[in-house]
Structures are given as C-alpha cells and as structure tokens.
Write a protein that binds this ligand. Structure first.
Ligand code: SAM
Length: 198
C-alpha cells in the first residue's frame, strides 16, 4: 500500500517536517522508514519530495534509510517494480512521470531511487546509526510488540530522533503510556504524527 495520508495536493503531511528546521543550515533531510516492506513507503517519500516539495526547499536533498528484517521484501524494494494496483493511490502525475512500464509492471525511474538506502535489520536489535528528522515506524512496533517491548523500542527510536523532528506511527496505532517528549504534530492529530521536543 502506498502512503496516501494527507495527500490532497500530493504530499504526506509528515514530509513537511522541515518547517521546524533551520533550513538555511540544513545539509540534507534525513528520514527513516523502519519496516519498509517492499519499498512503497520510502519511495513515496522520494516521489513526494521531488514532485511536490523540492520547489519549497531547493537544494535540500532527502535521504531515506529504509530497513526491514525480511530479505525477500528488501529484494523487491531494491527492484522497485510494482503492479498497477500498488500504485493506484498515487497522484496520477506521479504514476505517469515517476514510473516506466516494463511489461505488466511499473518500475520506478532511477532518480526516485537515488537517496534511498536499504538495510536488512531486525529493529529489536539494530537501528541505523544516525539521527533522523523524520522516523516512520508504522504498523509494526506499536501493533505487534507487547507493551514493555513497545516502551523499550520507543526509547531507542527517540535516541535516533532529532529534537524538533517527527515520529510517525500507524493511524490505528497508539504510543505506549509514559511516552515523554512527544506531542501531537500541530494540526495533524488524526494522522499519528508526533513532534519530539525533549
Ligand atoms: C505491516 S508491514 C508495514 C509496512 C509499512 N511500514 C506500512 O505501514 O505500510 C510490517 C513490515 O515490518 C517488517 N518487520 C516485521 N518484523 C520486523 C522486525 N523485527 N524488524 C524489522 N522489520 C520487521 C515486515 O517484514 C513488514 O515488511
């Protein structure tokens, strides 16, 4: 499933996290997609960034680190070719200009794959070694893990979160009790976006 939340003009609301940052000083916008499945989530970020947000932030590259524990899904993610049904939630212009048809499949053009790094990691034991402006951790930790594991994972995630940045969880998920330093992102309460203000 492609991320289609908050998309009216084509942009996931959570991508607008740069609004918090000192844009003039920023070298790049760093995003993490944890439990990235077959690449739909990280590539939606690069599509949205290039089609909709680059004019607002010229010269600021988006770099996405995407992790999953399953080798087979990472292979599909790296291949970046999808059936038409996987793309139907994308804005038509993104579909048309972002992909090229290869038989029955639609393959993401190279420029939208650049800046995405895939890592095989089990997030219970490993996380990418850097700080992120935006962390997507949707429909995994806060659905499948028990509460103590969620609490421990959240603390580990926040150790990788830039102050002022955004943590995004699934729309039907909730943070465990005792999650300090996280406030609902202004005007985005229903989208499960939280701002980290330690
Ligand atoms: C339900 S999908 C969510 C995909 C995407 N985040 C979304 O919301 O559309 C969960 C993904 O997490 C991956 N996963 C499950 N356990 C994991 C773990 N311990 N570490 C990393 N990834 C894991 C699965 O392989 C799967 O791709």
């Amino acid at each position: 499933m492609y991320v289609a939340e908050g998309l009216p003009p084509g942009v996931p609301l959570y991508l607008q996290v740069t609004a918090y940052a000192d844009y003039d000083l920023a070298v790049s916008l760093q995003a993490a997609s944890l439990g990235c499945a077959s690449g739909e989530e990280p590539y939606t970020l690069t599509l949205a960034w290039q089609f909709a947000l680059t004019p607002q932030f010229p010269g600021l590259p988006l770099e996405v680190t995407a992790t999953d524990v399953v080798v087979a899904v990472l292979e599909r993610a790296r291949a970046a070719c999808y059936a038409a049904t996987n793309l139907k939630l994308l804005p038509p212009a993104w579909r048309e200009h972002g992909f090229e048809r290869m038989g029955e499949r639609f393959c993401l053009r190279a420029r939208f794959r650049e800046g995405v790094t895939f890592l095989q990691q089990d997030l219970r034991t490993a996380l990418p070694e850097r700080q992120f402006d935006l962390i997507l951790c949707r429909n995994l930790v806060f659905t499948y893990f028990d509460t103590p594991t969620q609490q421990a994972m959240l603390a580990r995630l926040l150790a990788h979160q830039q102050p002022g940045g955004a943590l995004v969880i699934g729309r039907r998920e909730a943070l465990p009790a005792g999650a300090g330093g996280l406030l609902p992102w202004p005007n985005a309460e229903r989208q499960a976006i939280f701002r980290y203000t330690p």
